[in-house]
Design a protein around this ligand. Structure first.
Ligand SMILES: [Zn+2]
Length: 499
């Protein structure tokens, strides 16, 4: 029979934790101890390695390790935290499987190093914000040398260690090619972010109207959109839609620019969606066009979403390209009043055509606009953060291993001119404090300086190539310090959205 309820956490009785510690000779994470399937499961640490501990009266499927029989006849097994045991444990304890989060207020916390989830869970506890603990794009996987499966497994061990029972999502982020979907479905992802950005025609934003009109027949994939030009005109031309009192109007120029800019992106999204839906029905979808040059106007959002709907695409979350600058790891840059005015329209459209969540990509450190997001979306929002768990790791390293931090900083300075190419950043090396003039105890200040944050943020791939093992080793040696830093950092992100 399928075990299908959430297991009870064992009360934090010192007895169980210390009993297991005595039996195994290991440090046992107190929050991890859990009773299910007539067995006790826990996570232990031996040196810097984590071990799965299982105490059970009968053998459990897929758990193989060093076992011994106790006086009372139960078997105590100590097994490696490898991919095989991650899969076995998910089969035994369903709360460790990623799941769908629906329209709940949610937040994604990318973890490029694979050791941050306990800190993320501590920050999420009690906020009512549903977490996505596993979240990586294919680009990040390429730079960190991890597979989609490893990303989920690492997050899952963190969920287990911290005794997080409330469920979590796993986001296969910025999927661009159909074959990436297959890989991520197989790994157990539940949240799929389709990024049709390569199919967005940014030139349509400003190209002369006569050129755009002349290109309509050729450049719009009418067959893929299951639409004729006449049907398009019939649906939109010179029409005005009332969206919670906002007038969304389609005079010829607005319509032609919208279909030329987003027509191919809509067709690609529908193609990706059908591929995904053919592989699984346990998924939720986000559509993101945030990494495009030109702002998504409310009219374009309305058009894009309404056409996706017509094609049968279902999604829980959508990321337009908002006005202003969303640079990595720093606060919002732009006019706050203009931002909120446009956000109010996007949020109204999301309610009118959905409801679906509005998603904030590059959402780390955008403290000045969180209140507007919480207000305008009424909590129907997804906050996506990524690289700042890495920056918090560097903050800890600056404190506990300044020599390593200096090496990472020197490499970042060397690599920034190249590595910044694929990121939206404006930080300049000339604004960095001089490392030679910075004493060890002041190195942490680099993590609070605008330009330095961006320089360190976008060079993570180079840093991991050169110093990945040293970074992980340092964080393992100081894991509580890392969890503390993450908890403080993410609390500030989640608090504005807490229920
Ligand atoms: Zn994004």
């Amino acid at each position: 029979m399928e075990f299908n309820s959430t297991p009870d956490p064992i009360p934090q009785s010192e007895q169980t934790t210390s009993g297991l510690a005595t039996l195994t000779g290991m440090h046992v994470y107190p929050q991890s101890v859990i009773s299910a399937r007539d067995a006790i499961f826990a996570l232990g640490r031996e040196g810097l390695d984590k071990r799965l501990i299982v105490l059970s009266a009968r053998p459990l499927p897929g758990i193989q390790g060093v076992a011994r029989t106790l006086k009372d006849g139960r078997a105590l097994t100590v097994a490696p935290t490898d991919a095989t045991h991650a899969a076995s444990l998910r089969a035994l304890l369903p709360h460790l499987r990623p799941r769908r989060l629906g329209l709940q207020t949610s937040a994604g916390m990318g973890d490029r190093l694979g050791v941050a989830t306990p800190g993320h869970a501590r920050a999420a506890r009690g906020t009512g914000v549903a977490p996505i603990f596993a979240q990586q794009s294919m680009r990040e996987n390429a730079r960190t040398g991890r597979t989609p499966q490893q990303v989920i497994d690492d997050a899952m061990w963190g969920v287990f260690q911290e005794g997080w029972l409330e469920g979590y999502g796993a986001d296969a982020d910025h999927l661009k090619r159909p074959e990436d979907i297959d890989l991520c479905v197989a790994a157990g992802y539940t949240f799929f972010t389709i990024d049709p950005g390569d199919y967005v025609n940014n030139a349509a934003h400003a190209a002369p109207m006569q050129d755009l009109v002349a290109g309509l027949d050729e450049s719009v994939p009418w067959a893929d959109l299951d639409l004729t030009k006449e049907q398009l005109y019939d649906r939109y031309l010179n029409k005005t839609f009332d969206v919670e009192g906002y007038k969304i109007a389609f005079p010829p120029e607005v319509l032609v620019r919208a279909v030329m800019k987003y027509g191919r992106a809509i067709a690609h999204t529908a193609r990706m969606y059908r591929r995904l839906a053919s592989l699984t029905d346990d998924f939720e979808l986000e559509v993101s066009v945030d990494e495009t040059e030109t702002v998504t106007s409310p009219e374009e959002h309305f058009f894009f979403a309404r056409e996706l709907k017509r094609l049968g695409v279902q999604w829980v979350s959508l990321a337009p390209r908002y006005v202003g600058e969303f640079e990595k790891g720093v606060d919002y840059i732009g006019d706050l009043a203009a931002f909120e005015d446009s956000l109010a329209r996007h949020a109204a459209i999301a309610r009118h055509l959905g409801p679906y969540k509005l998603s904030i990509h590059s959402g780390s450190d955008k403290f000045s606009i969180y209140p507007a997001f919480a207000r305008q979306t009424r909590g129907v929002v997804h906050l996506k953060t990524a690289g700042t768990s890495y920056l918090e790791a560097l903050r800890v390293i600056a404190r506990v291993n300044p020599a390593l931090f200096r090496e990472i900083l020197a490499l970042a300075i060397e690599r920034y001119p190249i590595d910044r190419a694929t990121y939206h950043v404006s930080g300049e090396l000339r604004n960095l404090p001089d490392p030679a003039a910075t004493p060890d105890q002041a190195l942490g200040a680099y993590l609070d300086q605008f330009d330095a944050r961006e320089v360190l943020h976008v060079t993570y791939g180079s840093a991991l190539d050169a110093y990945g093992d040293d970074i992980i080793q340092t964080l393992r040696e100081h894991e509580e310090a890392y969890y503390d830093a993450l908890e403080i950092h993410f609390r500030k992100h989640l608090q504005p959205f807490a229920r």
